[in-house]
Write a protein that binds this ligand. Structure first.
Ligand SMILES: Cc1cc2nc3c(=O)[nH]c(=O)nc-3n(C[C@H](O)[C@H](O)[C@H](O)COP(=O)(O)OP(=O)(O)OC[C@H]3O[C@@H](n4cnc5c(N)ncnc54)[C@H](O)[C@@H]3O)c2cc1C
Length: 416
């Protein structure tokens, strides 16, 4: 009888696994079911462009039914509520799904570090809906400011505080400034959108982009200054109130809009597992073949897994999940066929950071660890994401929307 494989999560890990398995598995060899609460895959690296009107939402969402139909497997859109590893069952709103092999890849969730007011007063940037909410807020804010006669109140409305100077915060800040400078300025002659908007980037660390090469952080700092983004470092946020961010050392930052880009934590489906080994940060500890606790019935990778490499866990990056997917697919097929598994060796590719119109930073680890800035890095950045996006339709949409946003204007009407 065909083995039952259930994949929980159609993110970078789940989607790339399905695509790889298609080329490996023989017809009818397994019964595979992919479960996800959404019927699309979200391309998170470009989410900030949805938040700043550079891209429409459909440009970063890839229909999960496409690769599943192609692979002749099954997709069920459902909310996964729990995993019973002893009974080998996935508990969902639509009933239980039994499995022989589970690939648990639900990603991660926004981490508020227990800071009061994050959920109620700051906007997260994790889901497609989050991106649309941020865009709506920016556009509403500019409309409200255009009706506000008082200069100080107008400036207060147009102040944006972004917490977290990792890639999401840096890319959002630089793109937000481009939105003001290149699209909104032309449409709101009654506002001074060059001088009045204030964008502040706050982080507890002593530099921006702590997970990336220091040379990229230097390029980013230079560009942030050019983009008139105020960067406040070593500022540990202790509380967020209505329009105000307070730090542990007593500083306050006022923001008509506050965005939380403070990081992620382990998904509750993983941190709530029992009978398996979890790391200190509650990620599922897997061995170099991606098995949890040496079990053949439970595999994980991507953000959910704690995969140790050179004494540290691999970072929670799309790049990591995509690089791991082919090795997981091969090992899953080996498990189904009763063959010996092969350990995975990680080789990072480097990092990319977008820094607004025609600027980026690129660290190419596999090309002599070269670091590029400016237009060359921007070209690498754009080509890389065009190639990474799946499907001709999505690539064509991305290219067209980028050209339209660059040469004309961004999506600046507050549409649903
Ligand atoms: C705004 C943003 C920007 C980023 N930019 C970059 C970048 O530039 N480069 C980079 O390398 N990484 C980036 N990352 C990190 C990257 O998105 C993650 O590392 C990557 O998505 C991990 O892949 P994954 O498959 O483990 O999880 P995900 O891609 O998050 O996929 C998890 C899937 O599980 C589904 N799911 C979760 N819970 C449930 C449930 N209970 N029931 C049903 N389905 C569920 C979700 O809908 C989702 O489809 C970014 C992250 C964010 C938030």
């Amino acid at each position: 009888m065909a083995k039952k494989i259930v994949v929980v999560g159609g993110g970078f890990a789940g989607l790339h696994l399905i695509r790889r398995l298609e080329g490996i598995l023989r017809p009818g060899e397994v019964e595979l079911t992919l479960l996800d609460r959404n019927n699309y895959h979200l391309f998170t690296p470009l989410l900030y462009q949805v938040a700043t009107g550079e891209l429409p939402p459909h440009a970063v969402a890839y229909p999960l039914r496409l690769p599943i139909a192609h692979a002749h497997q099954r997709f069920v859109q459902t909310e996964v509520e729990g995993v019973d590893v002893e009974r080998r069952a996935i508990l969902t709103a639509d009933g239980d799904f039994a499995y022989d092999h589970l690939v648990l890849v639900p990603g991660s969730v926004t981490n508020d570090f227990g800071i009061a007011g994050v959920a109620s007063h700051a906007l997260p940037v994790k889901t497609l809906q989050d991106g649309l909410v941020v865009r709506k807020r920016i556009l509403e804010t500019v409309e409200n400011a255009s009706r506000e006669p008082d200069v100080e109140r107008r400036k207060a409305l147009l102040s944006f505080v972004i917490i977290g100077a990792g890639p999401v915060g840096v890319e959002l800040a630089t793109s937000m400034r481009d939105l003001m400078d290149h699209s909104l300025r032309r449409m709101y002659p009654e506002l001074d959108l060059v001088r009045d908007p204030k964008i502040t980037l706050v982080d507890a660390a002593d530099r921006v982009l702590t997970a990336m090469d220091e040379r990229l952080a230097r390029i980013a700092m230079k560009r942030l200054a050019e983009q008139r983004v105020t960067v406040v470092l070593k500022a540990l946020v202790s509380e967020i109130g209505e329009g105000v961010v307070r730090t542990k050392d007593g500083a306050q930052f006022r923001g008509g809009t506050i965005v939380w880009a403070g990081g992620v934590k382990t998904h509750p489906l993983v941190s709530g597992l029992t009978g398996v080994t979890l790391a200190k940060d509650k990620r599922l500890v897997v061995d170099r073949t991606f098995r949890a606790g040496g079990r053949d019935d439970l595999l994980s990778f991507g953000d959910a897994a704690f995969f140790e490499h050179e004494g540290k866990p691999l970072p929670q990056l799309a790049q990591v999940a995509v690089l791991q997917a082919p090795a997981v697919a091969k090992n899953l097929a080996r498990l189904v066929r009763g063959q010996v598994l092969e350990p995975y060796e990680y080789h990072r590719k480097g990092d990319l950071i977008a820094l607004g119109r025609t600027h980026a930073g690129a660290e190419l680890a596999r090309a002599g660890d070269v670091v590029l800035g400016g237009l060359p890095a921007w070209t690498v950045w754009r080509v890389n994401y065009l190639m990474q996006l799946l499907g001709v339709r999505n690539r064509a949409t991305l290219l067209l929307e980028w050209l339209l946003s660059y040469f004309f204007t961004r999506m600046v009407a507050d549409t649903p």
